[in-house]
Design a protein around this ligand. Structure first.
Ligand code: BGC
Length: 763
């Protein structure tokens, strides 16, 4: 299925940015704070310190902090003059830059993307590489908050080592559509899982003295027309779904900043949305940090400033000088109060103090490639998900003497997702890069025709499989000639077919089938060899018309820098898979709330400032029933349910009981009933009276064969409640709640009842 390429300003400008720029002298990465300045006293709170430094600032200096530059000079918007040379020289050569105030020791804010590693796809300086983590969707599939924290901490260390102090991380929009081109940057379809995993990554990042965002607030749930669509949903549903994911992520991660989204929400742009920014984020949730706009998501001065935007990012993407000359005039005219300007600046400074930007000045240093790669590998090994394993085809044993590896450039590397989060991985040798209209393919030393704009993280699965299989003869076929691939499969004991689906920011898939003739390739290989294993490298759920023909299926998503090793170690049993899906796999688009993506096919201008857009609506009539909840309401049977994942061992669940209280608890036992050590993901769901089941908590438990563990899961009452918009409270209804224990949303091994009295919780 072809991609729809939506030419947003960012996507179009990225191409221009993909030409390697001339090297410039490095500017100092941050100002040195005056040692004796009162605001350098770490015994004071971030708010007190922000007050002290702010009292010294001139109005000009305050305006400096609320408007960001794109951290590149290659891109021009005819509306704006070029920035002064002194600013251009200081650009971090990445996503964004806000100058510091050297006389007060206020450091510059040096911003980089994103959640999957330090993204450098935009600047492509020779030799500038970072450790590519697995896709966030894969990290979520590990159901392991500690691992998510470790991934975040590794990311934060690389961010600082590369000279940045603000990370545009923390994608937490829910997967409402498996075709959304950015699902791989998000953490799945459930608010508790997504909020927990994104929150832990943010916490890990910020513990390294880096500000992290959570993004894209809110309802940025499709890419097609993201600048022009209005995501329409009632408040109650939004509070119980996408906003709840943000609420949980913010509670756990305490991000210094929130990035507001491109889209409108109920008709109002997210970056000037009083309900989202002032009422919910800063009001109900008491968020003390600052709101930055996504790149080109600011649409006004007065509305944005008064409705909660604190910092305009990369103004060059916007239609006017909103927070530059525009804001100065609005403050002079009294349309934006001075108090509001002070509040904007206070919030920015407060986050800079709270997250160590003053106390830990930046200094670049080499990456610890080995240690960081190990973190990426652990994440991949825990998140890769085994979806099918007939007659214990996996793990592969020494009996397989002839192994065919087929397709998806498995002789080059593993696929990564595209867009602003694109990492140029470690091992990228610039002399082996192939640029094709902005494309880079990282190769393992031999000539190859690259696919447009797809980046493969080395090393290759082929080499990893060879390393693991020792005495077997491993042969590769690129899958281009289906019959030839089938012949190789027939002449082999086992065929491992790699298939791929490239997803990217600014684009959505239109359907759920793998692109090109890969479905036919898998069928032909499976017909030739009953021992066919499919390894998927994809950004979101796909359909598998060949599922009944193949012996095993391994969902590897975009597995990152050490993905090849992780896949091979799972295939050969060195690692027992323990990933569980963070999103439902539908059987077809007909099962989705919107079989056709709204806005698909609508002509849109290539850049914000170049034409009249076609505004349109996306009506989220499924409300809070996202993913598995939609399937439950509609009584639909998915291809694979949310929470599903197999292991090379088996687990038994029992002794389930639940106790009421202000934070009810559920206890149960898990036993490893198989022959191998492995990790169970025991999931607790609750079904409130008259509603469908919701994930309430889980535990990932590492057990030796025969071992068991008693587990307690504490339930967050908000997840049991519904949001009462009139009374402005979460309301837990009195009644009997079914508590279910299982290893997916649909495979429930035991249930019990929990009686709760009515209660309310303030948001
Ligand atoms: C993306 C953001 C990203 C920003 C800066 C935008 O296109 O939506 O996620 O952080 O660019 O690169």
């Amino acid at each position: 299925m072809p991609h729809v390429v939506v030419r947003t300003c960012v996507a179009a400008l990225l191409v221009a940015a993909c030409v390697a720029p001339p090297m410039r002298a490095q500017a100092p990465v941050s100002s040195v704070p005056p040692v004796n300045a009162p605001w350098m006293n770490q015994d004071l709170s971030p708010d007190q310190r922000a007050d002290l430094v702010q009292a010294q600032m001139t109005p000009d200096e305050e305006f400096t902090l609320v408007r960001g530059y794109l951290g590149l000079d290659e891109i021009q918007n005819p509306i704006f003059p070029r920035p002064p040379k002194v600013i251009i020289d200081a650009f971090p050569h990445s996503a964004g830059y806000i100058p510091g105030i050297p006389r007060l020791g206020i450091p510059a804010q040096l911003e980089t993307d994103a959640s999957l590693g330090v993204a450098n796809g935009r600047h492509m300086r020779p030799g500038d590489q970072a450790t590519a983590l697995p896709a966030s969707l894969l990290t979520a599939s590990a159901w392991n908050p500690d691992l998510a924290y470790d991934a975040g901490a590794m990311l934060g260390r690389e961010v600082r080592a590369k000279g940045f102090n603000v990370l545009l991380n923390g994608g937490v929009d829910l997967e409402r559509d498996p075709r959304n081109g950015r699902n791989f940057e998000y953490a799945g379809e459930d608010p508790l899982l997504a909020g927990t995993i994104a929150g832990e990554v943010i916490r890990g990042v910020q513990d390294q003295h880096v500000i992290s965002t959570a993004k894209h607030y809110a309802m940025n749930d499709q890419e097609i027309g993201r600048d022009w669509l209005s995501a329409n949903i009632d408040e109650k549903s939004m509070r119980e779904s996408d906003l709840l994911a943000f609420e949980i992520a913010i509670e756990r991660g305490r991000p210094g900043s929130i990035m507001c989204a491109y889209n409108r929400v109920n008709g109002v742009y997210a970056c000037e949305n009083d309900f989202l920014l002032n009422k919910v984020l800063k009001g109900d949730w008491q968020f003390p940090g600052y709101v930055m706009s996504d790149w080109g998501a600011d649409h006004s001065t007065v509305e944005a400033a008064n409705n909660g935007l604190d910092q305009e990012s990369a103004y060059i993407f916007d239609n006017a000088d909103y927070f530059g000359a525009g804001l100065r005039k609005a403050v002079a005219d009294g349309k934006v109060s001075e108090a509001r300007l002070h509040d904007m600046v206070h919030r920015i400074l407060r986050s800079m103090f709270a997250h160590g930007l003053f106390d830990y000045p930046l200094s670049r240093k080499p990456l610890d490639v080995k240690a960081d790669g190990d973190v990426a590998q652990r994440a991949a090994e825990e998140g890769i998900t085994l979806l099918k394993n007939d007659r214990e085809l996996l793990p592969l044993t020494g009996k397989a003497r002839r192994i065919a590896v087929i397709g998806a450039n498995a002789d080059i590397g593993v696929l990564s997702g595209g867009g602003s989060s694109q990492v140029i991985p470690i091992g990228n040798d610039p002399s082996q890069e192939v640029l094709l209209g902005g494309a880079v393919v990282v190769r393992e030393g031999k000539a190859r025709i690259p696919l447009d704009r797809m980046i493969y993280d080395p090393p290759s699965p082929l080499s990893a499989i060879k390393a693991e299989s020792r005495n077997a003869r491993v042969r590769f076929d690129d899958g281009g000639d289906i019959q030839q691939a089938a012949r190789l499969a027939k002449a082999s004991d086992v065929a491992v077919v790699f298939v791929q689906q490239w997803q990217a920011e600014g684009t959505d898939m239109l359907g759920l089938n793998l692109p090109g003739d890969q479905d036919a390739l898998v069928s032909a290989v499976a017909a030739a060899n009953p021992h066919t294993i499919v390894v998927l490298e994809n950004g979101g759920p796909v359909v598998m018309p060949w599922l009944s023909q193949v012996g095993a299926v391994l969902e590897a998503w975009y597995p990152g820098q050490r993905g090849a090793a992780a896949i091979a170690r799972i295939l050969f049993g060195k690692v027992n898979p323990s990933g569980h899906l963070a999103a439902t796999f539908p059987q077809s688009v007909d099962q989705l709330p919107r079989p056709v993506i709204p806005g698909a096919g609508l002509e849109q201008p290539p850049q914000r400032w170049a034409g009249t857009p076609n505004l349109f609506d996306v009506n989220y009539t499924e409300g809070a029933n996202v993913g598995y909840k939609w399937f439950a309401v509609r009584k639909l049977r998915p291809l694979f349910p949310f929470g599903f994942g197999l292991s090379y061992t088996t687990f038994g669940y029992g002794n389930l009981s639940a106790s009421p209280g202000s934070a009810p608890t559920v206890t149960f036992d898990v036993r490893n009933t198989g022959q191998r050590a492995g990790k169970a993901v025991a999931q607790v769901y609750a079904t409130p009276p008259g509603a469908v089941a919701r994930l309430m908590g889980w535990s990932k438990i590492d057990l030796k064969p025969g071992a068991s563990k008693h587990v307690t899961v504490t339930l967050d009452p908000r997840l049991l409640a519904s949001f009462d918009t009139a009374a402005h409270v979460w309301r837990v209804a009195a009644g009997d709640y079914t508590i279910s224990l299982g290893d997916s949303a649909t495979s429930i091994s035991s249930t019990t009842m929990l009686h709760l009295d009515e209660s309310t919780i303030r948001p």
